[in-house]
Design a protein around this ligand. Sequence first.
Ligand SMILES: [Fe+2]
Ligand SMILES: [Fe+2]
Length: 274
Amino acid sequence: MTPPSPTLRLIHLSDLHFGAQHAGASDILLGAIHDLNPGLTLITGDLTQRARNSQFIAARQFFDQLPANWVAIPGNHDMPLFRPWHRLFAPRDRYRRHIGSATTDRLDSPTLRLALLDSTDRLAWRAGRLSASTANRAAAWLADAAPAQLRVAAAHHPFASRQHDNKGGMAGARHARRALIDIGGADILLWGHLHRSEISRVGAPSGRHAIGIGVGSPTSSRHVNDGLFFHQLDMAGDHINLAVWRRLASEPAFVRVATHRFVRDDHGWREIRD
Ligand SMILES: [Fe+2]
Ligand SMILES: [Fe+2]
């Protein structure tokens, strides 16, 4: 009998927006993450509201208090929109100075291969852009994963979304889906940016698909009425449990509001409904 695979607990955060947070929100979030004791925390961009030094410093202080490891990628708000010279010629300077030394575009563990993709673009500030070369490089690396490793790709902007709004679609998303799923064999695609928690099957031309998961903001003052969110992923071999945590402004703590269970069989991943 095959021994059960060790479980890796990953917390997925996005859109922390230091500089425009609901009062006390990051302290409440930090407490919730410590209670869950994850092995890894992933932050998919928009760490700050205006890419100010003070906001990056606050974000970094928050990350340094997280339990265990963390990795981050930038979002569009981490490039200075209202300082055109900086946005055009040095868009990621402050991100690199305060955050970059602690990030990587790849993370490898016995049970996980995680590709981090920078989808920010100084010209397509809001909608983002994923270049074909970035997607291809990540896909080739994912394709080379060991059988025991789950293949996960993460970006700030959505690889796919069931919802359409004025934030537009990420340029290069179609190519990225094809590369990451068909060539890379990605199991999970993660994103933020839309400030909305959503779970979907993301297909590629070959008929293969990945689990697509977008997460809302856990701290943004814009979303106190419709809920603040983060996700907990427990990953073990052919099983993934996704817990959706939500806090309303009137509540003192996050509450687990949904759990999605996925299993992998010969046809790929499917959700098990109780
Ligand atoms: Fe955001
Ligand atoms: Fe964003």
